[in-house]
Every structure is written in C-alpha cells, then in structure tokens.
Design a protein around this ligand. Structure first.
Ligand code: AMP
Ligand code: ZN
Length: 115
C-alpha cells in the first residue's frame, strides 16, 4: 500500500508537509512546490503505483476516480479557459517522483507538442 521510501506516500501520511487542495478515500491533491502555471495541482492515488506503466485492472479504479476528481476541481477552481493534465512516465519523459501523479495546470496558454 504505502512505500516508506516514497516522497508522495510520505505526503499522503502527513510526514512531509503539503498544501492540500482535496482529499478522499482514494486520492490526495496538493499544490506543486514548483508551479509551472498559475494553477498547478498534483493529484495522486492513495496507493503506491509507480507510474502510468504500472496501472492494471486491479488498480485502475484509482485512475478513473482521479479523473472524476480532476473534472470537479476544474469546475470548482474555475479553470474555464481550459487546463492541461500530464503524467510523466519514466525518467526520459521527465518523471522524477515514482508514485503515479497527474499534473493539473491552468491559468496560462499552453503550447503543443510539449517539450
Ligand atoms: P514529475 O517530475 O512529473 O515526476 O513531477 C514531480 C512533481 O513533484 C514536480 O512538478 C515537483 O515540483 C513536485 N514536487 C516535488 N516535491 C514536492 C513536494 N514536497 N511538494 C509538492 N510538490 C513536489
Ligand atoms: Zn508512493
């Protein structure tokens, strides 16, 4: 369930401080410490899943639930101009914390393709 060496597991447990945006039984959302947009929220499952590559039929309920929460947050936080959801998977794609997370960014224009 929790990985004692994982930064985001420690954030979920409250061992490392974070600015909470939302929490329920399945997920935790908090502000990114190094925001890349005026709104930059990270949404993470309360289960240690390493990355998008480790999603399975057994744990995909966390992912579908997180996307319901993202839609609610977008409404609640007034992301009316649009928002971007990103999950970096693997070091070469820019993943630096190996606990599945979805970046939800809004408040400025974004270009495509990214990076
Ligand atoms: P990634 O590089 O896609 O794995 O995303 C990891 C994200 O976690 C980065 O955007 C970091 O700024 C963010 N981050 C790292 N440590 C913390 C922390 N203690 N609290 C909030 N966000 C963090
Ligand atoms: Zn973890």
């Amino acid at each position: 369930m929790y990985d004692d060496n994982c930064l985001f597991c420690k954030i979920i447990k409250g061992d490392i401080p974070s600015t909470k945006v939302y929490e329920d039984e399945y997920c935790y959302a908090f502000n990114d410490i190094d925001p890349q947009a005026p709104t930059h929220i990270l949404v993470i499952p309360k289960e240690h899943i390493r990355s998008a590559a480790a999603v399975t039929p057994e744990n995909s309920k966390y992912v579908s639930h997180i996307f319901e929460v993202i839609a609610e947050l977008a409404e609640e936080k007034g992301m009316t101009e649009g928002f971007r959801v990103v999950s970096n998977c693997g070091e070469s794609a820019g993943q630096s914390v190996f606990h599945l997370h979805f970046h939800v960014m809004s408040g400025r224009p974004f270009t495509w393709p990214a990076g």
